[in-house]
Write a protein that binds this ligand. Structure first.
Ligand SMILES: Nc1ncnc2c1ncn2[C@@H]1O[C@H](COP(=O)(O)OP(=O)(O)O)[C@@H](O)[C@H]1O
Ligand SMILES: [Mg+2]
Length: 534
């Protein structure tokens, strides 16, 4: 089967002059062609097992090397895994592993040295795990090296006849191995980078979900629980949602929660504030425009509807749009179709719409300001967010949550005292949660130590004396009273808490603290507790 090997040739033989030069020349040329093809195969794709198989095919067709096999080190276990075999009938066996030092292939890896035999059958260490090689043929195995990381695999093959000294055939296989080593290095780099990017992406995704999930919406009153329940239900579907509520109640937060808990969460959440733009700009913002559609349209631009394709479009302040624009919006909501400004081609998109308004749309319907058909298109699933004054019991949790959020932004620990929280609960918050957040942010800025107490709140612009007189709006049970025995409580907070509990009657507060009226008066003075106005 194997033709007799031609007589060996030495490096000093003059290739051109020798009468045996012709076959040698031919071999060299076909090896060169093979190397060229191997390098282009390897640069074509990063899918190693696919390209390695192609490399073995090139070796077979052009390189006069059959029975090719590539094993690469598994980066996790350090074992050699068969990555590619040149034989269509034998599928690369993932289960065939060599430990370093095991069998011929394992030894090549361990010693980082080529291994060459003229007849495989003569080698007792050969394991023949694959049942793949021809025992009558020579065998060449060389390490695949990758720069400083050393050996990363082994390539082996069998020359069907020895038409050249076997170590010259081995040199050729080493060149191929070097090319493979470069490709493996590149594949590792790409794989590492991809994994890092993926981890980063997953981390960011978790963060975004956390920032926009239910955890970021505080509220335990019944009305807020109903909101959560509605969000959870409606998130699953593509239903259009209309979020109602006063300014600052958290409409945008709820829109975010719907999107990030919906099947569209991986796609874009695009917001447009309809109140911020005049009609013509609103139109090009929403629908995009073609190049040259109007002065300044220097390039074609995608509108928000296109940007939100596959995701969610949040139309904030929908109650502010003009009658003309209401008609345009109605068409896209009804047909899911529109044209870019200055364009003729009809665009189709898959967008879930969430709208929000603080207006009394029903009154505007009656007054003929808001189109009835658009109202019904939007109002498929209304969600009403109660104003903060109607859920003042949520203020303590909200205050602590917002203070933690502000602390994170400022990069320091912030704390809000119970007495401060009680003051906050007596305000009626016409600006809702946004007003509360702004008030706490101002307080945080003014608090050097990072403790927000009632004085800081007052300095932040909340008129404590004005609200002190009014009865608490929440049921008394909701107002957390401070434990006067709490050892962590500082002296000032303790005195304030006692005074609050005693309705600012000093003698009564003194009794709560086991003090004399003189002692408490002295404390009030030295701790600079402001009692004048009460
Ligand atoms: N229930 C809530 N829990 C935590 N933060 C809230 C809540 N409601 C509103 N906020 C915060 O208050 C601010 C105003 O909310 P936003 O959603 O913009 O209100 P709206 O869109 O109704 O005017 C935002 O910073 C938001 O994070
Ligand atoms: Mg808003």
């Amino acid at each position: 089967m194997t033709p007799a090997a031609p007589p060996l040739m030495t490096d000093t033989d003059d290739v051109r002059a020798s009468p045996r030069a012709a076959p040698r020349q031919e071999l060299l040329e076909s090896q060169l062609a093979a190397l060229f093809e191997v390098s282009s195969v390897l640069s074509r794709s990063l899918d190693l097992s696919e390209t390695l198989r192609e490399v073995l095919e090139v070796l077979h067709q052009r390189g006069r090397m059959c029975k090719g096999m590539v094993s690469l080190v598994d980066r996790e276990t350090g074992d050699l895994l068969v990555s590619a075999l040149h034989d269509n009938e034998v599928e690369p066996l993932r289960s065939v592993r060599y430990q370093p030092g095991e069998g011929v292939i394992g030894r090549i890896l361990e010693r980082n040295q080529p291994w060459i035999v003229e007849r495989l059958a003569d080698e007792p260490r050969f394991l023949d795990r694959l049942g793949f090689y021809d025992p009558k043929l020579p065998f060449i195995g060389v390490p695949i090296r990758m720069g400083e990381e050393g050996v990363v695999g082994v390539i082996a093959a069998q020359p069907p006849h020895l038409d050249d000294p076997i170590d010259r055939r081995a040199r050729f296989l080493e060149m191929v191995a070097n090319l493979i080593g470069q490709a493996v290095r590149l594949a590792h780099m790409v794989e590492d980078e991809r994994r890092e990017l993926k981890e980063e992406r997953d981390k960011l995704r978790r963060e975004v979900r956390g920032d926009h999930g239910f955890k970021s919406i505080i509220g335990h009153t019944d009305t807020m629980r109903l909101v959560f329940e509605q969000v959870r239900q409606v998130a699953k579907w593509n239903t259009t949602v209309l979020i109602r509520g006063e300014s600052g109640t958290g409409k945008e937060l709820v829109a975010n929660a719907i999107h990030y808990n919906s099947p569209r969460a991986r796609n874009a959440f695009v917001r447009l504030n309809c109140a911020a733009l005049p009609d013509n700009l609103l139109e090009s913002e929403l629908f995009g425009h073609e190049k040259g559609a109007f002065t300044g349209a220097v390039a074609q631009r995608k509108g928000r509807f296109e940007q939100a394709d596959g995701g969610t479009l949040f139309l904030d302040e929908i109650g502010e749009i003009s009658a003309a624009f209401q008609a345009k919006l109605l068409r896209v909501l009804q047909e899911g179709e529109f044209e870019r400004v200055g364009g003729t081609r009809t665009q189709k998109v898959d967008v879930r719409v969430i709208a929000a308004t603080n207006r009394d749309l029903e009154a505007e319907l009656k007054a003929g300001v808001f189109r009835e058909d658009l109202y019904y298109r939007l109002n498929v699933m209304p969600i009403f967010i109660p104003s903060l004054a109607d859920r003042i019991e949520d203020v303590p949790d909200l205050a602590r949550f917002l203070v933690a959020k502000i602390g994170k932004q400022q990069g320091r620990e912030l704390r809000v005292t119970d007495s401060a929280v009680r003051v906050l609960m007596r305000h009626n918050w016409p600006g809702n949660v946004r007003e509360l957040e702004n008030c706490l942010e101002r307080a945080a800025v003014m608090s050097e130590e990072g403790v927000i107490d009632r004085d800081v709140i007052e300095m932040a612009g909340l008129n404590v004396s004005a609200v002190m007189g009014s009865p608490p709006m929440a049921p008394a049970t909701e107002v957390r009273s401070t434990d006067l025995e709490d050892p962590d409580l500082d002296e000032r907070e303790r005195v304030i808490a006692a005074l609050e509990e005693a309705g600012w009657v000093q003698a009564k507060a003194a009794r709560l603290l086991n003090m004399t009226p003189r002692q408490i008066a002295y404390r009030i003075q030295t701790l600079k507790i402001n009692v004048r106005q009460y």
